[in-house]
Design a protein around this ligand. Sequence first.
Ligand code: FES
Length: 166
Amino acid sequence: MSIENKNRRDFIGLSFAGVATIGGIFALGAMKKTWDPLPSVKAAGFTTVDLSQVKDGELHQVEWRKKPIFILKKSANMKPDDSRDVVVGNSRYTVCIGLCTHLGCIPSYKGEHFACACHGGMFDLSGNAIFGPPPRGLDIPPFKIDGTKLVLGEVGPEYQKLVGKA
Ligand code: FES
């Protein structure tokens, strides 16, 4: 075997080793990713909202696990709904995931209802489906009440009570 051929074979051998090493590193990285908990669970498992800051009749929107959450403090002229209202002290709130239960668009707050522009679905101010294709009302996220704070992502007795009724 000529020296030139030997050098070529050594080079090819080293190239394969290099490719295999790099491939191995990527594979380990991918495996680690599947073992780690989802970043959203780690970083954004809970969202806390001070309900005392929410004004009557104004829609307050926060993000919880990458989903929009609608919080509406009902004013005196808004119809109470015992099966969906979150009651804190003397105030009633609508708390729901702001994604249409038809195909997931974000409905807009229109003062008297929520309207989904995608296919004309409508929800009342408590989040009940009242018109169009949505098969059910806006979903209520798990929550816990801690004084005047709403902790999204924790299951409290208030949430369990509502889900039992819904
Ligand atoms: S996604 Fe809202 S009505 Fe279709």
